[in-house]
Design a binder for this molecule. Structure first.
Ligand code: AMP
Ligand code: GLY
Length: 423
């Protein structure tokens, strides 16, 4: 069958890599893709939020399966658009409806959902411009650190953690005055949770679910988890502190009630649930829901997911995940992300990348890359490449990823040298 994948990151390159290994995959199209997906599939230069253009592509290319990588088209209703169009009736779609994607698209919605279905998460209050004074008074009595979250999607920048009540009050005011545009029309103030984070990925057909390999990602730019947040600087799978006992609790206390909530609210959810968790004294709490896979977790997760991924997507779309068996690679996987100098702040694009073809011990997944007019591979974003390796242990996998990363260079290349060192 012909398949369409939406997105352009390292996550999408890793998904494309698995999809094209399936005998069920005839032709893969990626919108818009990157230089890495171009080596496996046909990139189509369209905006994933231009739904009529996607429809035309799907009809013209006889595409029968669509997989949405990033959250934005989902929150904007791409699944609903496909479901409501009679000409697209036979097309299977992986990704939730806009209403279900609010689990990621609205922090307030997610918190309310967790409260209703008894899912452990940090205590919280919600404020809008109309209740600003109440919010300021509430903060007056909080003990820092104080967590402020813009309700809507804010390109990963909408969470601010402050160590001072006055600063938190100023931030609350700025957010409600439009610091993140409409995304911060409402702000969630959360209790701070102190612990270690990990990412659990669930594939669901809305009723049944399967748990994919667990990962841990490294969000900060600097060594020792310092400096500003990024999209993610590295990942490992499986994080050793997530033992079977912890996973049993995650399943009982978080995954099962989440699925119950999805059914109770009749949410149309066929796709990935990425649950950002934090272990506090060995108890799991939800930090956030995402309605998609994580990046760069996916690169490590896909490395370990040996299933025919097209088959798994079909079982998801057709409500048949109850018979699916997850085939997990016993080896460990580790990913190191190579970024542009300056990222996550301002950075230059168009730097010529060398050495990728010398890598033999790892997989190199592309994110912000393209081929320039001279046919050279050049940087085209903040996160540029993700180097993923296998090992008997995650340390061995990391060693390979670092050795491979050393072979790759461009002006200003940067990566964290300490992925996994805290474990
Ligand atoms: P989010 O976008 O909700 O995942 O938040 C981004 C990051 O902020 C998370 O990965 C955590 O590191 C941190 N964070 C969010 N909420 C909390 C919380 N309640 N307590 C401590 N850290 C948090
Ligand atoms: N790596 C975290 C995310 O994809 O949101």
């Amino acid at each position: 069958m012909n398949i369409l994948l939406l997105g352009s990151g390292g996550r999408e390159h890793a998904i494309a890599w698995r999809l094209t290994q399936s005998p069920l995959c005839q032709q893969l199209f990626v919108v818009p893709g990157n230089a890495g997906t171009a080596s496996l599939a046909t990139n189509i230069s369209l905006n994933p939020n231009d739904f009529p253009a996607l429809k035309e592509l799907v009809l013209n290319q006889k595409i029968s399966l669509v997989i949405c990588g990033p959250e934005e088209p989902l929150v904007n209703g791409v699944q609903d658009y496909f479901k409501q169009d009679s000409e697209l009736a036979g097309v299977r779609f992986i990704g939730p409806s806009a209403e279900a994607a609010r689990l990621e698209g609205s922090k307030a919605y997610a918190k309310e959902f967790m409260a209703e279905f008894n899912i452990p998460t940090a205590g919280y209050r919600r404020f809008t411009a109309a209740t600003l004074d109440e919010g300021l008074a509430y903060l007056e009595n909080r003990r820092p650190p104080i967590v402020l979250k813009a309700d809507g999607l804010a390109a990963g920048k909408g969470v601010v953690i402050l160590n001072d009540v006055g600063e938190a009050q100023e931030e609350l005011r700025a957010m409600l005055e439009g610091k993140f545009g409409a995304a911060s029309n409402e702000v969630v103030v959360e209790d701070f949770l102190d612990g270690i984070e990990f990412s659990v990925f669930v594939l669901t057909d809305g009723k049944n679910y399967r748990i994919l390999p667990v990962a841990k990602d490294y969000k900060r730019i600097g060594v020792g988890d310092t400096g500003p947040n990024t999209g993610g600087m590295g990942s490992i799978s499986h994080p050793p502190f997530v033992d079977p006992d912890m996973m049993a609790r995650v399943e009982q206390q978080i995954i099962m009630p989440t699925l119950e909530g999805i059914q109770a609210r009749e949410l149309d959810y066929k796709g990935f649930i990425f649950i950002g968790l934090i272990s506090v004294n060995n108890d799991p709490y939800v930090i956030e829901y995402n309605c998609r896979m994580g990046d760069p977790e996916t690169q490590s997760v896909m490395a370990r997911l040996n299933n025919d991924f097209v088959q798994l997507c079909l079982e998801t779309a057709d409500g048949q995940l109850d018979t699916a068996v997850i085939d997990m690679d016993e080896r460990q996987a580790a990913t190191v992300v190579l970024v542009s100098g300056g990222y996550p702040g301002a950075y230059e694009k168009g730097k010529v990348i060398t050495g990728v073809e010398q890598v033999t011990d790892s997989m190199v997944f592309h994110a912000g890359t393209k081929t320039n007019e001279a046919g050279e591979l050049v940087t085209n974003g903040g996160r540029v490449l993700a180097v993923t390796s296998y090992g008997e242990t995650f340390q061995e996998a990391l060693k390979k990823s670092y050795a491979s990363a050393k072979l790759i260079s461009w002006e200003g290349v940067n990566y964290r040298p300490d992925i996994g060192f805290d474990l």
